[in-house]
Design a protein around this ligand. Structure first.
Ligand SMILES: [Zn+2]
Ligand SMILES: [Zn+2]
Length: 245
């Protein structure tokens, strides 16, 4: 399957290594029609944008870069899910200004209320050692991610079931109901087949992104494109697929 966009890249405004211009230039070299800069939300521990105003700064740069590189530059956020009710760390008033709203579960985040960091994020980290805790946390993570899908106008969820385990079938059901896509993230090694299988079972949209933190990784989507071919996913189900005809 051929893809026209990479809607998940990070810059120096969060934990990426490239400037916005370097990332956009890389997208142009790859022949992409669109790229979205989606830096981490402000509550990511040590890596989030310093405040939500950064997204407005990026929007101002994006218009200039779109003209210079003939690539449509979108500005979005990779928001953190920060509570079990699915709240995001990007302020609600900013959301209508963003071109792309992504959200994901991350094990380095300051929760709301703060003590939730101890009762949710910490046990997820300990669950790597203790299987029973992992299963308990899988249920909690699923509840939080499903609530985020139901309560926010998300374009897609980032890398579902990476590090913080979820029940992909329940997540896919929520995504199918709202039109939020499930990401096939080519920048991390995890069970991407299971994501595609759950999306196909439940009819959830998919999207393939690089999660590039370096210019060289922008648009490196081949692993995801091959996976879509392997499962014969129809292009209509993939947000960034080039539709035939
Ligand atoms: Zn992420
Ligand atoms: Zn990311």
């Amino acid at each position: 399957m051929r893809l026209f966009a990479d809607w998940h890249v990070h810059t120096r405004y969060s934990d990426g290594r490239g400037t916005p211009e370097e990332m956009v230039a890389a997208a142009a070299r790859r022949g992409l029609r669109e790229v979205a800069i989606t830096d981490h939300g402000p509550r990511g521990m040590f890596i989030g944008v310093r405040d939500a105003g950064v997204y407005r700064e990026l929007k101002a740069q994006a218009a200039r870069l779109s003209r210079r590189y003939a690539v449509r530059v979108l500005v979005g956020a990779e928001a953190n899910v920060i509570s079990l009710r699915g709240e995001l760390d990007v302020p609600a008033e900013l959301i209508p200004e963003l071109d792309v709203l992504a959200a994901g579960l991350h094990p380095q985040v300051w929760c709301r209320p703060w003590w939730r960091t101890l009762t949710w994020i910490l046990p997820n980290r300990l669950g790597k050692t203790w299987g029973w805790l992992r299963e308990r946390m899988r249920q909690v993570n699923t509840m939080a991610l499903v609530a985020a899908v139901q309560n926010n106008p998300l374009t897609f969820i980032t890398h579902p079931d990476l590090v913080m385990a979820v029940d992909l079938d329940r997540v896919a059901r929520a995504c199918a109901a709202t039109g939020c896509a499930m990401e096939i993230n080519t920048g991390h090694h995890y069970d991407r087949d299971a994501v595609v299988q759950a999306a196909l079972r439940r009819g959830a949209p998919l999207v393939v992104n690089s999660d590039a933190h370096l210019p060289a990784s922008v648009g490196a989507l081949d692993v995801g494109a091959r996976l879509l071919d392997k499962y014969r996913v129809p292009p209509e189900q993939v947000l960034n697929a080039i539709r035939p005809g």
